[in-house]
Design a protein around this ligand. Structure first.
Ligand code: SAH
Ligand code: DHB
Ligand code: MG
Length: 227
């Protein structure tokens, strides 16, 4: 199997399973023209996240890492009328492009994009009593994934679902000697999951237009009883 086959299958499945979406296509074009890196989730992954939000009846969603709002739109479209999505983005240019895209998608009444380092805005959310969230999508800088998991749990309730993107990294995640800060971050993120008794998790390897990577999916349960 090659990367080309993976992309072909993604295209085939997209044709079968996804509705033609000229708005999202136009928004992706806008993001390319604006010079944003093309690291957004794929269309099939977008519909996958949308389904997770729908299946869980998520009405309060948190996203860490907005980019141009592509994943934001997939998630926000799953919200009920009074639902809310907060997305955190460090880069002011990305945030500005994303806000315009959200407006264009008719989702401005449900989506707020907060500009700043997520490690600054996450404590602010907690301080302001915002949360708990039903669904949290972690997709910003990978080196900070352990800290984002920590904050995500603080902003959770029993039953919250947390999804982490990019946990496979072309298989590099298995390399204990890796000095790549992204890989080190993902490995620590997985270690944290395995040592936290509140969390039940799995991960799905994905291949497709984005190459070989994966999602971690985590359920936050009741805190363990103390004696
Ligand atoms: N979720 C998006 C892709 C996000 S790419 C999608 O699928 O459409 C990762 C984003 O995280 C980038 O826009 C980057 O600027 C942002 N980012 C990087 N470091 C960050 C930080 N410390 N806090 C918040 N966002 C950050
Ligand atoms: C990168 C980041 C992502 O969130 C992603 O989905 C793919 C690639 C990156 O930083 O290279
Ligand atoms: Mg990602």
């Amino acid at each position: 199997m090659s990367r080309m086959d993976w992309s072909d299958v993604d295209a085939f499945l997209g044709t079968k399973l996804l509705a033609r979406d000229t708005l999202l296509e136009a928004i992706q074009h806008t993001n390319d023209v604006a010079g944003l890196p093309s690291i957004q989730i794929s269309p099939l992954q977008g519909q996958f996240l949308h389904l997770i939000a729908k299946i869980g009846n998520a009405s309060r969603i948190l996203e860490i890492g907005t980019l141009g709002g592509y994943s934001t739109i997939w998630l926000a479209r799953a919200l009920p009328h009074k639902g809310r999505l907060i997305s955190l983005e460090f880069d002011p240019h990305h945030a500005e492009v994303a806000r315009k895209n959200i407006e264009r998608a008719g989702l401005s009444d449900r989506v707020v994009i907060l500009t700043g380092a997520a490690l600054t805005t996450l404590p602010q959310l907690k301080q302001q009593g915002i949360g708990p969230f039903d669904l949290i999508f972690i997709d910003a800088d990978k080196a900070n994934m352990p800290a984002y998991l920590d904050w995500s749990i603080k902003l959770s309730r029993p039953g919250t679902v947390i999804i982490g993107d990019n946990v496979v990294r072309d298989g590099e995640v298995t390399n204990p000697l890796s000095t790549d800060p992204d890989v080190v971050g993902v490995r620590k993120f997985l270690d944290m999951i395995s040592s936290d008794r509140r969390l039940t998790a799995s991960a799905l390897q994905t291949v497709g237009v984005k190459g070989w990577d994966g999602f971690a999916i985590i359920h936050v349960g009741q805190p363990p009883l103390t004696h």
